[in-house]
Design a protein around this ligand. Structure first.
Ligand SMILES: NC(=O)c1ccc[n+]([C@@H]2O[C@H](COP(=O)([O-])OP(=O)(O)OC[C@H]3O[C@@H](n4cnc5c(N)ncnc54)[C@H](OP(=O)(O)O)[C@@H]3O)[C@@H](O)[C@H]2O)c1
Length: 269
């Protein structure tokens, strides 16, 4: 079985790496904050003390990092250490431009797949993520299949493009739900009644996400996703939503809280 280097052990990366380990894959893990690797090392992962050390013997590299800047930083360290023939599965939400930039740096010796995911920490732990895979997935589908259901989206970058579309709609939808509930509060409509009615309406999925528990998606990451979206196209409604999330993320207590906490703040703001 091939050896995997897994880099980025945050809220999503840690349970994903755990799935691969418990399925019997051979893993070297690296994380900027090394302590987060401890539970995986206890399960049998090898620990790399630097990114280059993680990939030197790897056949497959998986990255699950916060944003394009984090991917850039890791790529700086990793690219010179990759072996020809390595496959790199980029699973973070970084948008198609970052994927294309990484592909240019890698050249032809390394096969890059962009495979960002839908579903949050609960689905990551259960191996039930939605995986939006762009590019040539030959040789890595058996690995991705441990993490969730694969949807082939087309050429390299297409998974990341579709992921941005989905996140813009969902994160924007959560902000709209919060505003709708603020309107209900202003009109004297009972909050539970309003929430139940909205939950049964076409925006019901966003209501569920606005009140979700047992999942964790940082408000700061929502800011990142809406910024990537609004830098790409003229999206006035999403720019307004971005402003809401930026204001929430300016509060240190909310920046690294789930977006449901940001939604509660948007409702009250
Ligand atoms: N959470 C969700 O529900 C969810 C769902 C789908 C997709 N995503 C996407 O998946 C990615 C990871 O999400 P997450 O929730 O796991 O985020 P997270 O908990 O914030 O983890 C981010 C990871 O990136 C690392 N990192 C950040 N900046 C870095 C840098 N400059 N250099 C090296 N490493 C750096 C962090 O290291 P440290 O541990 O040292 O901070 C951590 O390992 C994001 O792109 C997110 O948008 C998240």
């Amino acid at each position: 079985m091939e050896h995997i280097a897994f880099m980025g052990l945050g809220h999503m990366g840690a349970p994903m790496a755990r799935r691969l380990l418990t399925a019997g894959h051979s893993l070297t893990v690296w994380n900027r904050t090394p302590a987060k690797a401890d539970p995986l090392v206890d399960l049998g992962a090898a620990l790399a003390t630097d990114p280059a050390g993680a990939v030197r013997q790897a056949d497959v590299v998986i990255t699950m990092l916060a944003d394009p800047a984090a991917l850039d930083t890791v790529a700086d360290a990793v690219v010179p250490a990759l072996r020809p023939g390595t496959r790199w599965i980029e699973m973070s939400t970084v948008g198609p431009d970052a994927v294309r930039k990484l592909a240019e740096r890698l050249g032809r010796a390394v096969v890059l797949v962009d495979a960002p995911v839908t579903g949050s920490t609960d689905k990551a732990a259960a191996g039930e993520l939605g995986i939006l895979a762009g590019g040539d997935t030959d040789g890595v589908e058996h690995i991705l299949g441990r993490l969730g259901r694969i949807t082939r989206t087309g050429p390299l970058g297409s998974g990341s493009a579709l992921k941005l579309v989905l996140n813009a709609a969902v994160i924007g939808g959560v902000a709209l739900v919060a505003e709708a509930l603020r309107l209900a509060d202003s009109l004297g409509v009972d909050g539970t009644t309003a929430r139940t009615a909205l939950a049964g309406s076409p925006i019901g999925g966003a209501v569920a996400r606005a009140f979700a528990d047992g999942v964790h998606f940082d408000t700061a990451l929502a800011v990142k996703d809406l910024a990537l979206a609004t830098e790409t196209a003229r999206l006035p409604a999403l720019e307004a939503a971005l402003d809401h999330y930026r204001q929430a993320a300016a509060d240190p207590a909310l920046a690294y809280a789930d977006i449901s906490a940001a939604a509660a703040r948007i409702r009250l703001a």
